[in-house]
Ligand binder design. Sequence first.
Ligand code: DAT
Ligand code: MG
Length: 140
Amino acid sequence: MAVERTFSMIKPDATRRNLTGAIIKTLEEAGLTVVASKRVWMSRREAEGFYAVHKERPFFGELVDSMSSGPTVVQVLQGENAIAKNREVMGATNPTEAAEGTIRKQFALSIGENSVHGSDAPETAAQEISYWFSETEIVG
Ligand code: DAT
Ligand code: MG
């Protein structure tokens, strides 16, 4: 296994319920280190750009509305196998299918308001990190 970086986001449904600390605690307990972090209230345009891969999906409008509805915390996580590890700790997209102890099982409200985002592969991790952070903002 190699030390990797991945992109993570705490979504508006979670910041609104004051779950930022609880989510970061779960990530840290899984061995992931926060090496960059900032609070961002994204515009609709930023949300559309970030989720462009989903633009043809029926839920795209709802997704953009929800992601631009309040503050998010965007972060870079670092650790052994960080991309897969973060996906594991997040749990399945649909919280009813998420495993016990995962962030989505504990905190998600629905498939749309599922509290966290995490990159799914090395290419998307690199793209998503550079969408929100410059190299100088990442302190490993
Ligand atoms: P993930 O966030 O687990 O990578 P994804 O990339 O398939 O899942 O979808 C991105 C986000 O879009 C997801 O976190 C919540 C929203 N979404 C996905 N499927 C949805 C659906 N059927 N209805 C409403 N929102 C959905
Ligand atoms: Mg995804």
